[in-house]
Design a protein around this ligand. Sequence first.
Ligand SMILES: Nc1ncnc2c1ncn2[C@@H]1O[C@H](COP(=O)(O)OP(=O)(O)O)[C@@H](O)[C@H]1O
Ligand SMILES: [Mg+2]
Length: 259
Amino acid sequence: MSKRIDAIDLNVYYGNFLAVEGVNINIEPKTVTAFIGPSGCGKTTFLRTINRMHEVLPGARAEGKLLLDGDDIYGPGVDPVTVRTMVGMVFQRPNPFPTMSIRDNVLAGIKLNGKSMSKSDADDVVERSLKGANLWNEVKDRLDRPGSGLSGGQQQRLCIARTIAVKPDVILMDEPCSALDPISTLAVEDLINELKDEYTVVIVTHNMQQAARVSDKTAFFNIAGTGKPGKLIEYAPTQEIFNNPKEKSTEDYVSGRFG
Ligand SMILES: Nc1ncnc2c1ncn2[C@@H]1O[C@H](COP(=O)(O)OP(=O)(O)O)[C@@H](O)[C@H]1O
Ligand SMILES: [Mg+2]
């Protein structure tokens, strides 16, 4: 439940291209951390190293240490599949399995992990996960209908329910509201606020108000120019990043002067 994340001198490559350089960050359990910064500065790339998704692309690799409660997820003998059950991920576009029922969508991650369970245990998981994703009341009477019949915002909460179902320690979200309308966005933001009671949450967002609303701490990433690596510039309590940043480039970015 809710683990601490420490990156130590993390470099992330696509082949020979160093996309993210020298990240050092300590993320406390039961907090929400926002990653902000201009396009191409490596927010998604770094996020995907936290559950070993980055390396699924040919030639993609990470160097350095990434600790979950002190254990290096890049250590020898660590199974990336196990890491991905501890560190769940929610993507930009809601991606429920379209022909699968709402119920089966929630259970999909567990089934992928090869676990079998009784009908009543499965019912419990479905109810717990949908409640945890603030979706239960909206879908409890249509669990056997396809996930694709839900609105975009409901689909995104269904994806969050699917992530919660496997009982992760960390939830990563890559611009989870960028495809959602404002009402759905608020529903997901409310949910993020509740998720931090149980999980470590990291969210990439382009929306400054969203970062200010949902996060405890904010990490600003930047890039010196095309072809240069992205770097973590400043990481501090969110209020400080927005009201009193230490770095000039952070101030320029949060005040909308570039990016
Ligand atoms: N699959 C890929 N192959 C090669 N380079 C990539 C790939 N994905 C992203 N990059 C590069 O890595 C850098 C960081 O990209 P990304 O992490 O997507 O930034 P952000 O999420 O901050 O917009 C960019 O220069 C981008 O072009
Ligand atoms: Mg991105």
